[in-house]
Design a protein around this ligand. Structure first.
Ligand SMILES: NC(=O)c1ccc[n+]([C@@H]2O[C@H](COP(=O)([O-])OP(=O)(O)OC[C@H]3O[C@@H](n4cnc5c(N)ncnc54)[C@H](OP(=O)(O)O)[C@@H]3O)[C@@H](O)[C@H]2O)c1
Length: 316
């Protein structure tokens, strides 16, 4: 009796087939394989100016990536970046204000070979408009990217001088998006007037379940003017999560939202606001970056659930 067609692939064949995205049994006598379910990536949000999609969770670098020249600490930051990209992350936010962070980002991107996939968000932070271009070029070299996706005027420093230069860079296609930043509620009325009068693409503000000042005017204005919103300090530099640590996560956060801890609870609250494009938590921990990226997967709260979440935190 003939042996018939061989249906059991060798281990090497199976591995090669899997690497090529095929069933290891394809081409043999097996029934047509079912389409493989691709793993679910993070939820994305459209940048209003272009419709480009970005994951709802990014990565901040202030303090956490300012690790100087210590090779082990720099290697750890590269590991955090690898875990971030592996989970589908794209936007990394830094600034010349953040010490060694820009060079740590650049080294990390090169080490993990992600320079092409990153959404590079940096800032100009210098009192002199004339010195802005040189600072931007220095930042670009530290990041080791051909150009930035987004440049923001950090904390509105000399914004009247920097903004025209950034807009000219955008027109010349040396830059894709232009933005402004603030944090902790500072200069909100000035932020509003710039949003109302200047053709910016992004605004970066502090927003989390306890810092909600932006909900009254800035977030509605962002929707009206079609400006993307980056939420910084989602965890109040970690203090919010440290305070929540002594409280049990309510069971409904797990059953109804799929939260595995307070970090996901807070991030889901932030990125479910209809005006918010992404939140940018910072971390030095691979486990934490994975947890944070997990907040962009699974159910998102609706308006009623957001009220419930805020009320729950207020009552603690
Ligand atoms: N004006 C501006 O433009 C401006 C101002 C402020 C911030 N920002 C940007 O926003 C980013 C985020 O803000 P932030 O750096 O102030 O702080 P944050 O993201 O609110 O908090 C960071 C802290 O939270 C901890 N953390 C992160 N994920 C965690 C998790 N899953 N579980 C437990 N702890 C966790 C981190 O500690 P571990 O390392 O232990 O995880 C870190 O100490 C900055 O890095 C920066 O890029 C911009």
């Amino acid at each position: 009796m003939s042996a018939g067609p061989r249906i059991t692939p060798t281990r090497r064949e199976a591995l090669l087939a899997l690497a090529a995205g095929l069933s290891p049994l394809a081409g043999h006598t097996q029934p047509k394989p079912q389409r493989q379910q691709s793993p679910r990536g993070p939820a994305t949000r459209a940048i209003p100016a272009t419709g480009e999609l970005v994951p709802a969770i990014g990565l901040g670098t202030w303090i956490t990536f300012n690790v100087g020249n210590d090779p082990a600490a720099r290697g750890n930051c590269a590991d955090v970046m690898r875990a971030f990209f592996d989970a589908g992350g794209r936007m990394v936010d830094s600034s010349p204000m953040y010490g060694s962070s820009q060079s740590v980002v650049g080294e990390g991107l090169a080490r993990i070979n992600r320079t092409a996939g990153v959404f590079a968000a940096d800032k100009v932070w210098i009192g002199s408009g004339a010195r802005g271009p040189a600072q931007i070029e220095e930042s670009r070299k530290l990041w080791r990217v051909p150009r930035f996706d987004l440049l923001q005027v950090h904390n509105l420093l000399a914004w009247e001088q920097h903004l025209p230069a950034l807009l000219a860079m955008r027109s010349a296609k040396q830059l894709r998006y232009v933005g402004i930043t603030t944090s902790e509620g500072r200069r909100h009325s000035e932020i509003e007037s710039i949003m109302a009068s200047q053709p910016i693409d992004f605004v970066q503000i502090t927003y989390n379940p306890l810092d909600r000042d932006v909900e009254s005017r800035i977030l509605p204005l962002a929707r009206e003017k079609r400006i993307a919103v980056i939420a910084n300090r989602p965890f109040r530099e970690g203090a919010l999560l440290r305070a929540l640590k002594s409280h049990a996560l309510p069971p409904w956060a797990k059953t109804e939202l799929g939260c595995d801890g307070w970090a996901q609870f807070v991030l889901k609250f932030i990125v479910s606001h209809p005006a918010v494009t992404c939140a940018i938590p910072a971390t030095r921990s691979v486990a934490h970056v994975q947890q944070n990226m997990g907040a962009a997967v699974g159910p998102m709260p609706d308006a009623a659930m957001r009220d419930r979440m805020a009320a729950h935190l207020q009552a603690l």
